[in-house]
Write a protein that binds this ligand. Structure first.
Ligand SMILES: [Zn+2]
Ligand SMILES: [Zn+2]
Length: 125
């Protein structure tokens, strides 16, 4: 049933891409795909694959045991840094100007995979 899964993979990726500024739990992904129902075990399996392929970031949500997933577009992401909320796991893409400022001020060449940690606006409150 290869084509079947290809289709599910596509709807999963489409959903994450259109919401690439957010991080989702598996349950939220399933809910978001309500128009195209996919079983929980299939979503788990597909997400594991997407994480392995570096298309999706997986982070732990706050102090909980649940994971949140967020789409990462790699071509663009090579040129800028990311900041991750340690509470909800959301990953923000920083403007590439930030990298230039640091490089110009310190002479450092920054590893683009560096992940800065912090608290997002929503979790700060
Ligand atoms: Zn990025
Ligand atoms: Zn947050």
């Amino acid at each position: 049933m290869k084509t079947y899964h290809t289709h599910q993979r596509k709807s999963l990726l489409d959903f994450l891409k259109t919401n690439s500024e957010k991080a989702f739990t598996i349950e939220e992904i399933i809910e978001g795909l309500s128009g195209d129902p996919i079983s929980q075990s299939t979503v788990y399996r597909l997400m594991t694959k997407l994480v392995e392929e570096n298309l999706v970031h997986r982070t732990v949500k706050g102090n909980s045991r649940s994971f949140v997933y967020q789409y990462i577009s790699d071509e663009k992401c090579e040129n800028h840094l990311h900041i991750k909320c340690t509470d909800c796991g959301k990953v923000y893409h920083l403007d590439s100007g930030v990298t230039s400022i640091i490089q110009n001020n310190t002479g450092f060449e920054i590893d683009s995979h560096t992940l800065l940690l912090g608290k997002c606006g929503e979790c700060k409150e």
